[in-house]
Design a protein around this ligand. Sequence first.
Ligand code: K1U
Ligand code: ZN
Length: 190
Amino acid sequence: MALLPILEFPDPRLRTRARPVQTFDATLEQLVADMLQTMYAAPGVGLAGTQVDVHRQIIVMDTSVEKNDPQVYINAEILEREGSEVGEEGCLSVPNVFEPVKRATRVRARAQGVRGQLFERELTGLAAVCLQHELDHLAGKLFVDYLSMLKRERIRRKLEKERRERASGAGKPAAKPAAQPPAHAAGRVI
Ligand code: K1U
Ligand code: ZN
């Protein structure tokens, strides 16, 4: 298994629309295993192909508290949405930024598993939010796109400053500890 590099905002490759997966083979299984390992190591609760520069409709998620429920959604689509709630969201491609986003509270999704098997599943809570967030990635959309242009610009400048500091101070200890996701995030247990 391998850890994959995660693209960071405002990398233009994050704007690429992912294409459907057509071939379910050992290469796909290896990629999914690498994506799960990358997500757990980050740490995150989800990861989309786009974020690791693979522009295919592949999503991995694990929203369980024990981190023992890896889920794979290939060629996923949302069939039904219900309710809406605003909650704090983070993104591995926008590190240490948490902002409120409005999402459906319940979704019914259809997808394929890593061997191509079709399934339908109802998701609620953090899992529903995470799937919507990951499907946005596959469409080239980021959660910062829901914010005002002013806020998005501020985030872009902050991340670019942090990247410059990281590049020039390689090897030095970080000045500030990384921000933690808010525990109350949309009543979502992260
Ligand atoms: O797609 C991504 O960037 C992953 C993202 C998913 C997500 C989180 C919260 C709401 C919606 C979507 C993350 O995993 S961000 C990191 C995060 O939530 C986390 C960080 C440390 C510990 C546990 C969770
Ligand atoms: Zn994200």
